[in-house]
Design a binder for this molecule. Structure first.
Ligand code: 13P
Length: 255
């Protein structure tokens, strides 16, 4: 399998992680304005800010094309879960998607595939698209386990009934996150092809149409190469999404 016969509109999503004070609103507004111009790149663009910023960002960007997402969610709709945010709350605040199973959640909070799957199901209940993250560690790659890990995570984290509308997969090799390191284009192609094959086997046409993002040290200077790889349908960007100029430099790979 090489090029996907289905036309997939790419998605470039910025994960701000635990970064963003009021001073950062201007960066999001700059992105919102740039991507709403008639000559903007043909890609969906999303920012996933901290939950504290979501509602105001929704208000200040509402007449633009910028999509907003959450970074994590609880599985319940509401209740006694101090400090957590439900997918319904994210939706209410203006999100259309939520990242689940990011490797930082898996390592900092001990989240396992079954937790990630439950969060993805909760996201669907609330009408949000789940951006489900998977990816191997350096150790797993070193012993040739990458594809096994990817397939295990896909099988455990992606719920039954996933569709191209309610699910996005983000392949983020743990060792590439925040390090400036990236896999070779051949390595990215190998993993994304395997992800596509696994999704098509399980979800048929929906799996063919599902977006598969690459994440891990995506920068303006490597975006064109990474985003041109077969079965790479966009990017999940961390550090380089915090500055509008860098993030727009990545989106421009689709111009
Ligand atoms: P960096 O782009 O900073 O490597 O982070 C990637 C990431 O974790 C996005 O979710």
């Amino acid at each position: 399998m090489t090029d996907n016969p289905v036309q997939i509109r790419p998605l470039v999503a910025g994960n701000w992680k635990m970064n963003g004070l009021k001073t950062a609103f201007s960066e999001a507004i700059a992105v919102a304005e740039a991507i709403s111009k008639p000559d903007a790149a043909p890609a969906d663009v999303m920012i996933c800010p901290p939950a504290t910023m979501l509602m105001v960002l929704t208000e200040v960007t509402h007449d633009h094309k910028l999509l907003l997402g959450g970074q994590d969610c609880h599985t319940a709709e509401s209740g006694a879960h101090t400090g957590d945010v439900s997918p319904e709350m994210l939706k209410d605040a203006g999100a259309t998607a939520v990242i689940v199973g990011h490797s930082e959640r898996r390592s900092d909070h001990g989240e396992l595939d079954r937790h990630v799957r439950a969060k993805a199901e909760a996201a669907r209940r609330a009408g949000l698209t789940a951006i489900i993250c998977i990816g191997e560690t350096a150790g797993e790659r070193g012993v040739g386990m990458t594809l096994d890990v990817i397939k295990r995570q896909l099988s455990g984290s992606v719920p039954d009934g996933a569709t191209a509308a309610n699910t996005v997969i983000a392949y983020e090799p743990v060792w590439a996150i925040g390090t400036g390191l990236t896999p070779t284009p051949d390595d990215v192609a190998e993993v994304h092809t395997e992800i596509r094959k696994t999704l098509v086997d399980r979800f048929q046409a929906e799996g063919q149409a599902m977006r598969i993002l690459y994440g891990g040290s995506v920068k303006p200077d490597n975006a064109k190469t990474l985003l041109a790889i077969a079965n790479v349908n966009g990017a999940l960007v961390g550090g380089a999404s915090l500055k509008a100029s860098d993030f727009l430099g990545i989106v421009a790979a689709y111009s």
